[in-house]
Design a protein around this ligand. Structure first.
Ligand code: 4GX
Length: 234
C-alpha cells in the first residue's frame, strides 16, 4: 500500500532530496513462532483477532533506534490528529507509526511501548495504514524544503488557525462568473486585507470552533465586526 502513495509526487521528491525517509516494515518479519503468527484470539472470548505483543515489541525495538524515539499507534481511540501534531512530528528526527488491523493490538503495547495513540477522525477503517500515510503526508509538508515555496505552507489553512481565503485564476469571466475587482487593483495592502477578511468570514461561517480557539488581533476583530455589520444591513 505504501509505495502506491509515496513513490510519486511531493513526498517521493522530498525523499530523493534526502529531506525525509520513509521505511515500511512488515510485522510478520518479527514474528517469533514458526507460523510467523502476528495475531491471536482475545482472552476472555469474543470475535476477532488481536495483534500479539511480541512481534510488535520486537519490530519497534528493532527500528526505533533510541528508546527516546516517539512511537505512535494509529487507533480510533487516539488523540485527534491535527496540523499542530503534524508540525510537532516534523520536528522530530524519527517517529515510529504502528498500523494495527482487526480489533486492535494487545493493551500491553499501547500501555508500555507507545508514546501516544493517534486518531485521524471519528470513523473506523480496516487498518492503520491509510491513517499512517495521512499522518506522514501532513507531517512531511512541515519539513523545511518539502513544499516548494516557504510561503505555501505558511499561507495555507491552519498555519494561522484560519481556513483559506478564496483563490481565483484565469479566465477573468467564466460563464458570467467574475473575479472580485479588488484582485485587479494592484493594491497589495488592500488585497491582503480583503483576503484576511474573507478567511475570517469563512472560518466563522464554517468552523466557528476554530475561530473560538484563536485570540484575534484588534485588526482582525475589526474586519470581522465590519462583515457582521454588512450582514445586519442585509
Ligand atoms: N484513526 N483504524 C486501526 C485497528 C486498531 C484498533 C485499535 C489499534 C487499536 C483509525 C482511525 C482506524 C481502524 C486503524 C482500526 N489498531 N486509525 N485499526 N480512525 O479507524 O486512526
Amino acid at each position: 500500500m505504501f509505495p502506491s502513495v509515496f513513490s510519486g509526487g511531493i513526498i517521493a521528491k522530498a525523499v530523493r532530496h534526502g529531506l525525509l525517509d520513509v521505511q515500511v516494515h512488515n510485522l510478520r518479519d518479527y514474528a517469533t513462532d514458526k507460523h510467523q503468527q502476528v495475531d491471536d484470539r482475545p482472552f476472555g472470548g469474543e470475535e476477532g483477532m488481536v495483534f500479539k505483543p511480541e512481534p510488535v515489541f520486537a519490530a519497534v525495538e528493532a527500528v526505533r533506534g533510541s528508546a527516546e524515539t516517539a512511537v505512535y499507534l494509529l487507533s480510533p481511540s487516539g488523540r485527534r490528529f491535527d496540523d499542530c501534531l503534524a508540525r510537532e512530528m516534523a520536528g522530530r528526527p524519527r517517529v515510529v507509526l504502528i498500523c494495527g488491523r482487526y480489533e486492535g493490538v494487545d493493551e500491553r503495547v499501547s500501555g508500555n511501548l507507545v508514546t501516544d495513540e493517534i486518531s485521524i477522525g471519528d470513523y473506523v477503517l480496516t487498518g492503520g495504514e491509510l491513517p499512517a500515510m495521512v499522518v506522514i503526508d501532513a507531517a512531511a509538508r512541515h519539513i523545511p524544503g518539502v513544499v516548494g515555496k516557504e510561503g505555501s505552507v505558511r499561507k495555507e489553512s491552519f498555519a494561522d488557525g484560519l481556513l483559506d481565503y478564496p483563490q481565483y485564476t484565469r479566465p477573468r469571466d467564466f460563464r458570467g462568473l467574475t473575479v472580485p475587482e479588488v484582485l485587479f487593483s494592484g493594491d497589495h495592502k488592500k488585497i491582503e486585507v480583503w483576503r484576511r477578511r474573507k478567511a475570517l468570514e469563512k472560518t466563522r461561517r464554517r468552523r466557528p470552533d476554530l475561530l473560538a480557539r484563536l485570540s484575534l488581533s484588534p485588526e482582525d476583530r475589526m474586519l470581522l465586526d465590519e462583515t457582521q455589520e454588512e450582514r445586519n444591513e442585509q
